[in-house]
Design a protein around this ligand. Structure first.
Ligand code: HEC
Length: 274
C-alpha cells in the first residue's frame, strides 16, 4: 500500500499500491563475529542510550540531567550500582530489564572500560541469542523473470478509488509503465511505486511514485488518465497544492534514488492548473 489521498466531500479514498511478487526466507541465526565485550557495549550504548545521554535537546526535558558522558559515571559509581539502574531504571531513566546478561555486562564493560580487552568467544553471544532468536529473515528479494519483470500477472502497480461509505471500489487503473514495453505497444503495466496521491477540488488526482519517473493526473470520478509529465528523476513524495496570485499550483519533489535505487535528482516541479 502507498500513502493515500481522500476527498472529504465524496468520501472517496485514492490509494496507490505495488503488486510485485517478492520472496523472503528464514535461515538459522548466523554466528556472530568475535567482538570484544567493550565493542558490543559501545554499540548498545550508541543505539539505546545516546538519544538521552549526550543529546542536549533530550537532556533538557529531564528534571535530573542524564550525564552526557556515560564513561564519567565510572568515577562515581560501582558496577553493581550501574547494573541496578540499568535493570530497574531511576527517575526519568527507563529500566532495561529485558537486556540479556551478556548485553548488560557489555554495557558495564564499556562504561568501566576495564573490559577493553575482554573478547567474547564466537559461540558465547550466539548461545544466548539463539535461544531467543533462532531464525533470522533474509530480507525482501525481487521475484523476477529472465527479462527482469515481476513474475506475477500485471498490473504491477495500481491506483484505486474506494468509496469508504459503501465499502466499494469505484475504479482501479494500472499506475506506471515500463517505457520499453510501452514502445512495443503494451498498455500501462503498472510499476512498483512509492509516494502518495492528492485530489484537488477541481476533480483531479495527481501522483508521481512510479519507476518510469513520470507525474500523472487522473479524473477523480472515472480514473481516466488525463495528463502526464516526464520528470528528471522519480517523484517518491506526495504532491502539495497551494494557491498564489489567484492560481492553483501543484508541486512535487523529484529526488529519485532512495529505496527504488533509480537515478537521483534535485528538482522541485510546480505546475499551474488552468
Ligand atoms: C529516555 C532517556 C534515557 C535513556 C534512553 C537512557 N538514560 Fe540513563 N539516565 C537518564 C536520566 C534522565 C538519568 C538521571 C536519572 C535520575 O537520577 O533521576 C539517567 C541516569 C543514568 C545513570 C546514573 C548516572 C548518575 O550519575 O547517577 C546511568 C549509569 C545511566 N543513566 C546509564 C544508562 C545506560 C547505560 C543507558 C542505555 C542502556 C541509558 N542510561 C539510557 C535518561 C536516559
Amino acid at each position: 500500500m502507498g500513502r493515500s489521498g481522500s476527498d472529504p466531500e465524496t468520501g472517496i479514498l485514492y490509494v496507490n499500491a505495488s503488486n510485485e511478487a517478492e520472496w523472503i526466507s528464514m535461515r538459522p541465526s548466523q554466528p556472530v563475529e568475535s567482538i570484544t565485550s567493550f565493542q558490543l557495549g559501545s554499540q548498545i550504548v550508541q543505539s539505546m542510550c545516546s538519544n538521552c545521554h549526550g543529546n542536549p535537546i533530550a537532556a533538557a526535558q529531564f528534571p535530573e540531567k542524564p550525564p552526557a558522558s556515560l564513561e564519567s559515571v565510572a568515577h562515581r559509581m560501582s558496577r553493581p550500582e550501574v547494573e541496578s539502574i540499568l535493570t530497574a531504571g531511576r527517575g526519568a531513566m527507563p529500566g532495561f530489564g529485558y537486556l540479556l546478561d551478556v548485553e548488560r555486562k557489555a554495557i558495564t564493560d564499556f562504561i568501566f572500560a576495564s573490559g577493553k580487552n575482554v573478547h567474547l568467544q564466537p559461540g558465547e553471544l550466539d548461545a544466548q541469542w539463539k535461544d531467543e532468536i533462532p531464525y533470522q529473515a533474509t530480507g525482501h528479494h525481487d521475484f523476477r523473470d529472465p527479462d527482469g519483470y515481476p513474475v506475477n500477472p500485471r498490473p504491477w502497480g495500481t491506483l484505486t478509488a474506494l468509496n469508504l461509505n459503501q465499502g466499494t471500489m469505484l475504479w482501479q487503473v494500472a499506475l506506471g509503465t515500463y517505457p520499453e514495453l510501452e514502445r512495443r505497444g503494451f498498455q500501462p503495466t503498472g510499476t512498483f511505486n512509492i509516494g502518495g496521491p492528492i485530489v484537488t477540488a477541481g476533480g483531479l488526482v495527481f501522483i508521481g511514485a512510479t519507476m518510469d519517473e513520470r507525474f500523472r493526473a487522473f479524473d477523480k470520478d472515472s480514473g481516466e488518465h488525463l495528463w502526464e509529465f516526464q520528470l528528471d528523476a522519480g517523484a517518491y513524495a506526495t504532491p502539495a497544492t497551494y494557491s498564489c496570485n489567484g492560481k492553483q499550483w501543484i508541486a512535487i519533489a523529484a529526488g529519485g534514488g532512495g529505496k527504488p535505487g533509480t537515478r537521483s535528482g534535485n528538482k522541485l516541479y510546480a505546475f499551474t492548473l488552468p
